[in-house]
Design a protein around this ligand. Structure first.
Ligand SMILES: Nc1ncnc2c1ncn2[C@@H]1O[C@H](COP(=O)(O)OP(=O)(O)OP(=O)(O)O)[C@@H](O)[C@H]1O
Ligand SMILES: [Mg+2]
Length: 488
């Protein structure tokens, strides 16, 4: 099984790579040394055979004949040359017959069999005159050369030395390599382990910190290292994630608290109305009717609330599909204004709208209708009785690259929205004046209309803005792209 800790795995990888590299290096070094181990011996042998060749040539020339020269050389070789080359044995042969020889410092001589071997080796390698042939035999290394002196006889000079020393050196080097390899390997494994441990230390600290973070302790953050390395980036990214999570949890918590509060009110009002009515044994029909009207109004409010909350829940879970189709925005607006006039009548308000140009549009017709209705509903319900609501539809070019938008403007003559609350009105469950909203005879608002309308605009790639608001009234502007390309 492969170890599960990254630290151990890294160390093992590091060790494996180091082992392969060092072993390959050692093999190469050893190979090169093994190949050149005879080079030094051969160089000495080469010099020795050539020096003795010139020495013989000199003797023959000095004595005027081969026989005399050879006789003198027989004395020179074991004496003078032994001083120069004490550690190697030399033998000289003419036509296969030994002429002179010298032993090495151990008294070892060139074996008689080496002469024919040298002759064969020189012939086999087609060695040029004065060229050298080398070979090994029975633990010895040999070098031989063939020289013709005075255009007369061919002499073969053979030098030999035990290989023992070179072999011992190679063996020593091999042992040094073998024994020295584990030390750097151990050092590098320890270094790798230390490095991995040091590198992962911040991760361990972060893991400990993460373990302490729960849904109820989302305000905790990971310690951010001062460096600019990957760990710092990881901690920062994680902290950003925590921030987003915390704010989304907080939003959810607020939503739940607001939602339960809003749901409780109509339920308790209906419950009380029913209880009070049922408490007395007999009630008139008018009293029952009144109670049922209260209950019906609360149920209506409740059902609208549940519908809006369900819609927002689907928006949050991205489970609300945009069903795009082609439709005429002017017709939708027309329908909305007609429906809103029914509500306006109850408040003695009026809705003014011109005859709009034909406005073909693409998007989710029922969602666009809902957004317009939310604006009209607000304009009527949040204005005083007898207010005037104006509706207009225009086409504009905006954005980069320029795109065509339909702009629906809904303005009223209501009390307006204070500057500090203008941002908040788009938040869920936000109401400027809760008492004022409930004043309406129809169901009281929960503060979900504008967030829904705002989402509908965004889902179509458009916007919903409070264009203007003062004590003389407010103007909301809903922009929807003509081609209705969805931004979600
Ligand atoms: N035209 C307007 N004039 C004055 N105040 C407004 C207007 N439109 C919205 N508001 C303020 O913004 C708040 C939020 O509006 P929103 O439509 O989201 O909720 P609501 O109308 O109170 O309830 P709901 O729409 O869920 O029935 C309102 O309670 C109101 O105080
Ligand atoms: Mg509303």
């Amino acid at each position: 099984m492969f170890p599960s800790s990254i630290r151990t795995r890294l160390t093992l990888w590091y060790l494996a790579v180091q082992t392969i590299t060092l072993a390959a290096g050692a093999v190469v070094v050893y190979g090169l040394l093994a190949r050149s181990r005879f080079e030094r011996i051969e160089a000495r042998l080469d010099v020795a055979v050539h020096v003795s060749a010139s020495s013989l040539e000199h003797e023959i020339q000095e004595h005027g004949s081969a026989a005399l020269g050879e006789a003198s050389f027989r004395g020179v070789l074991p004496t003078i040359h032994h001083l120069t080359f004490p550690d190697l044995a030399l033998a000289v042969a003419r036509d296969g017959v030994l002429v002179a020889e010298k032993a090495d410092s151990d008294g070892m001589r060139i074996p008689a069999a080496a002469i024919p071997t040298a002759t064969a080796a020189l012939q086999a390698r087609a060695a040029p005159p004065n060229g050298t042939a080398n070979w090994s035999d029975n633990g010895w290394r040999y070098a031989a050369t063939r020289v013709r002196i005075n255009h007369d006889h061919f002499y073969v000079f053979v030098g030999g030395m035990p290989e023992r020393e070179a072999a011992q050196q190679t063996l020593a080097i091999r042992n040094v390599l073998l024994w020295s390899l584990p030390i750097p390997l151990l050092l590098s494994a320890a270094g790798g382990w230390w490095l991995a441990r040091k590198s992962f230390a911040p991760v361990n600290v972060m893991m400990d910190a993460v373990e302490g973070i729960t849904a109820s302790a989302l305000d905790r953050r990971l310690p951010e290292p001062a460096s600019e390395d990957e760990h710092a980036r990881l901690a920062r990214t994680f902290n950003h994630l925590l921030e987003r999570l915390e704010s989304s949890f907080e939003q959810q918590r607020r939503f739940m608290a607001d939602a339960s509060h809003e749901l409780r009110t109509p339920v308790s009002v209906a419950h009380t109305a029913a209880q009070v009515t049922l408490d007395a044994p007999h009630r008139t029909e008018a009293e029952y009717r009144d109670a049922l009207e209260v209950i019906e109004a609360q149920m209506q409010r409740l059902s609208r609330l549940v519908h809006d909350m369900f819609l927002l829940a689907r928006v949050d879970s991205q489970a609300l599909p945009i069903e795009r189709s082609k439709f005429y925005l002017d017709e939708v607006l027309d329908g909305c204004v007609r429906a809103a006039r029914v509500l306006a009548k109850t408040r003695n308000s009026s809705i003014e709208g011109e005859a709009w140009n034909e406005s073909p549009c693409c998007g989710d017709e029922s969602l666009v209708r809902q957004a317009v209705m939310i604006l009209l509903d607000n304009a009527i319900r949040h204005s005083d009785d007898g207010a005037t609501v104006g509706v207009s539809l225009t086409k504009t070019n905006a954005g980069a690259p320029a795109r065509e938008f339909y702009e629906i403007t809904v303005s009223d003559t209501g009390p307006g929205i204070p500057a500090q609350a203008q941002e908040q009105i788009f938040e869920r469950f936000f109401r400027l004046d809760k008492a004022r909203s409930r004043r309406a005879k129809t169901s009281g608002g929960a503060g979900l209309g504008l967030p829904i309308a705002s989402w509908i605009a965004k889902a179509h790639g458009g916007t919903l803005r409070l264009a203007e608001s003062s004590e003389r009234g407010s103007t909301f502007r809903l922009s929807i792209p003509v081609d209705g390309v969805s931004a979600t």
